[in-house]
Design a protein around this ligand. Structure first.
Ligand SMILES: [Zn+2]
Length: 289
């Protein structure tokens, strides 16, 4: 597999877009080595990324961070463990729990989410791939010292999943935001999304940004603050529309046709189901039997 092209998007911060699923990976350099933010969606692609990181000649891999538990951002971590069995893997506690359940075979949810996006041969590899359970869980914040550079891992709240993390590199005013924002398509609402919490969590991320910040999304090219703000507004419209329809007693299975939506409605099935389920019963005004 060809090595991904790591492009330096800020001083000692590199980014690459890798298949499967066109995931955006970040590599952050310090004096002691590098931190890899997200791994590709297959072990083979993980090995190719390892080779590209080694070719940077920026020092050893000091750690891997998963911005969330989705396997398109995770499966390649096994390749970094092949290189160094002791390499720390950081993730938010909810993401660790989801990956632990998948690793033990106790839950198929993460695989069910990934497999439809893969070719048949890739599906077999994904099912067979070992899942690295992150050994550095964090609940809200952690600073990671890369030598001469402190990097912050922040859980801004629930959104794309229950265990989203963003990674901030303060000295270059850059944030790696995982799938809390996307550039190459609309934000992805899956069966584990928290559509009503997502806007407020993105407000926390916006609070970490200046007017000149660079934001690396989970899929796509770097974004500026305005683009993140715009996406936050649209996520807010989704949450408000869910609340409004539920309060007016519109059944969940009619919601997608009952209102205009800021994103293609084909991708909003889970946004509606999860949003309705999260509302208190009284606000759903269910018809009386
Ligand atoms: Zn995701």
């Amino acid at each position: 597999m060809a090595r991904p092209r790591l492009e330096e998007i800020a001083t000692r911060v590199w980014a690459a877009r890798v298949e499967p699923c066109d995931v955006t990976i970040g590599v952050i350099g310090g004096d002691d080595g590098v931190l890899v933010v997200d791994a590709p969606g297959s072990v083979a692609a993980g090995r190719a990324l390892c080779a590209a990181v080694t070719a940077l000649d920026a020092g050893p891999v000091l750690g891997v961070v998963h911005t969330h538990a989705h396997l398109d951002h995770v499966l390649g971590a096994a390749a970094f463990r092949e290189l160094d069995p002791a390499v720390p893997v950081h993730a938010q506690t909810e993401a660790v729990a989801a990956l632990d359940a998948a690793a033990r075979g106790a839950s198929r949810a993460l695989h069910d989410d990934l497999l439809p996006h893969l070719e048949a041969a890739e599906q077999e590899a994904a099912v067979a791939a070992p899942i690295v359970v992150p050994d550095r869980p964090l609940s809200s914040v952690r600073a990671v010292d890369l030598g001469g550079r402190l990097v912050e891992l922040v859980h801004p709240g629930r959104g794309h999943t229950a265990g989203d993390l963003v990674v901030r590199v303060p000295d270059v005013d850059l944030v790696l935001a995982g799938d809390l924002v996307e550039e190459s398509g609309p934000p992805s609402y899956g069966p584990d999304a928290h559509p009503l919490d997502w806007p407020a969590s993105l407000d926390v991320v916006l609070g970490l940004l200046s007017g000149r910040s660079i934001v690396l999304p989970g899929h796509g090219a770097p974004m500026d603050r305005d683009a993140v703000e715009e996406q936050r507004a649209l996520l807010g419209v989704v949450a408000e529309t869910v609340r409004d329809l539920a309060t007016r007693g519109v059944p969940a299975d009619e919601a997608l046709e009952a209102a205009p939506w800021p994103f293609p409605s084909a991708g909003l099935e889970h946004a509606v189901a999860r949003g309705y389920a999260a509302l208190p019963l009284l606000r759903r005004r269910l018809p009386l039997l």
